[in-house]
Write a protein that binds this ligand. Structure first.
Ligand code: FES
Length: 106
């Protein structure tokens, strides 16, 4: 179990925005979805592409891979459409000391 990784101050991650951080060798994309924070491994399950280079759909609550258009649910990481079928791992997020924190808890 690793320590929590500081993402940024809460004021630096507004609704509809995302940030990438690394926990060791794990890239993590942290998203503010209408005031709720979600963290996913920043790696498409179709090919090794960073999801943070894609786009958010706040209405659906999803992130779309920029390479082939697969979408993943921000809340549970499940693949919503082809060409991805495997979910993306999700990670815990907490708010403490005015900042957003996450970690690879696997
Ligand atoms: S690499 Fe993400 S959809 Fe193909």
């Amino acid at each position: 179990m690793t320590d929590w990784i500081r993402v940024c101050a809460t004021g630096e991650l507004l609704p509809g925005e995302m940030r990438q951080v690394w926990d060791g060798a794990t890239p993590i994309v942290v998203v503010n979805l209408d005031g709720e924070y979600y963290a996913l491994e920043d790696r498409c399950s179709h090919e090794d592409v960073e999801l943070s280079t894609g786009s958010l759909d706040p209405a659906e609550g999803s992130i779309e891979c920029m390479l082939h258009g697969a979408r993943f649910d921000l809340r549970d990481g499940r693949a919503l459409c082809a060409p991805a079928y495997t979910p993306v791992p999700t990670f815990p997020v907490k708010v403490a000391d005015g900042a957003v924190w996450t970690r690879d808890d696997r």
